[in-house]
Design a protein around this ligand. Structure first.
Ligand SMILES: NC(=O)c1ccc[n+]([C@@H]2O[C@H](COP(=O)([O-])OP(=O)(O)OC[C@H]3O[C@@H](n4cnc5c(N)ncnc54)[C@H](O)[C@@H]3O)[C@@H](O)[C@H]2O)c1
Length: 349
């Protein structure tokens, strides 16, 4: 069992642990049940792991980007209310990033905030969404535009869940893994290139190292900047273009795949602005293609696409903000990018 600590004491007097291991979920769920927790469980996970759960105090959720709505939050709140959950209640959220984001947001608002634990079951949620306390929903077509910062009490990562993930969902998480290497750690980036076969074969030891390393990097950023007033925005590398791809494709392109194309496009944009080297662009394209990502994307509605970029939470009156990778293992924030330079970029590609 490996442990990563997210120590937020200085900022909000709370810290929590991320426990990473294999085949310990059943035991943890039993303990939570004994303590009287309520459960929000991804429907597919429930079907696959029925003997981990019982039906009491459980809300089953169909994870779908179109379900990441305020209606779903209201359903979770209704469930908690119907169960008579009080302020000292604990909600155990078992599933991928969508379940975690919706459940976390409901927990953050029920009785002004009850505690919750995350048990992520997809690679993407293990390395990213379950850690750091960003919760939320999509609102009026904009990705993750309504939500709250609310930290879980504990994150339990059982690698065993990865065995039942489809190849498509697994690769979806790999994009975020590559992102960490690209922005923070060249050695890790190179490790991912060298160990591609083991990663793709889901060798659990390799993946346990990969997940731990990603959690460490994320925990490090969140410790310093819980509410994304500074360095945490670096984690958005690829995400401004990605959110526009997700919106333009009406969520037909999954988050991780959109992030992969987004990292490529944002680096290409950076090269054209003189902010990154061709070598960096090639390295990013090479590793993404090595893992099988198709980096092309045909924009359906250019106005909607650019509108979605401008609706990005990081944009302000002065323009867009992009997180960029000038060279592998490093990152910077570029602010006040005029919308016209994005238009010009698209006119020229
Ligand atoms: N809060 C954050 O900081 C943050 C960070 C990154 C992404 N996100 C959000 O995460 C979401 C994407 O998360 P996701 O990729 O985990 O998607 P998801 O929650 O939709 O899960 C993907 C699919 O896998 C299924 N599934 C889950 N676990 C499984 C398992 N062990 N075996 C078999 N099937 C399983 C689910 O039922 C679903 O069909 C996006 O909405 C994105 O915006 C949030």
């Amino acid at each position: 069992m490996k442990t990563v600590k997210v120590d937020l004491k200085k900022e909000v007097d709370s810290s929590y642990e991320i426990t990473i291991g294999s085949s310990f979920a059943r035991e943890v769920l039993q303990k939570l049940r004994d303590e009287g927790a309520y459960f929000m469980v991804d429907e597919n996970v429930f079907e696959l792991y029925q003997d981990y759960f019982d039906h009491n105090n459980m809300f089953r959720f169909r994870a779908d980007e179109h379900n990441k709505t305020h209606e779903s939050v209201v359903s979770v709140l209704g469930f908690l209310f119907k169960c008579g959950a009080r302020r000292d209640a604990n909600l155990a959220i078992v599933g991928g990033g969508i379940t975690g984001d919706v459940g976390g947001f409901a927990a953050a608002t029920y009785m002004r905030g009850i505690s919750f634990v995350q048990m992520p079951t997809t690679l993407l949620s293990m390395v990213d969404s379950s850690v750091g306390g960003k919760t939320g929903i999509n609102f009026r077509g904009a990705k993750n535009n309504v939500g709250a910062f609310s930290q879980p009490q504990h994150v339990y990562i059982d690698m065993h869940f990865l065995n039942t993930l489809t190849d498509e969902e697994f690769l979806n998480g790999v994009a975020e893994v590559i992102k960490y290497g690209a922005i923070f750690d060249k050695e890790f980036f190179d490790y991912l290139s060298a160990n591609k076969d083991k990663v793709i074969a889901r060798d659990l030891d390799t993946l346990a190292y990969v997940v731990k390393r990603c959690c460490e990097m994320k925990a490090d950023v969140v410790k310093k900047d819980e509410k994304e007033k500074g360095d945490r925005a670096l984690l958005n590398f690829g995400h401004t273009f990605a959110h526009a791809i997700e919106t333009d494709s009406h969520h037909g392109v999954k988050h991780g795949y959109a992030v992969a194309t987004g990292m490529y496009l944002e680096t290409d944009f950076a090269v054209k602005q003189g902010e990154a080297t061709e070598e960096t662009l090639n390295a990013i394209a090479d590793i993404l293609r090595l893992y099988g990502f198709d980096l092309s994307y045909e924009i359906e509605d250019r106005d909607l696409f650019i509108q979605a970029m401008l609706a990005d939470k990081k944009a302000d009156k002065k323009g867009l903000t992009l997180a960029l990778t000038p060279a592998i293992g490093s990152c910077k924030i570029l602010k006040n990018i005029p919308p016209q330079s994005i238009e010009d970029y698209f006119n020229n590609i």
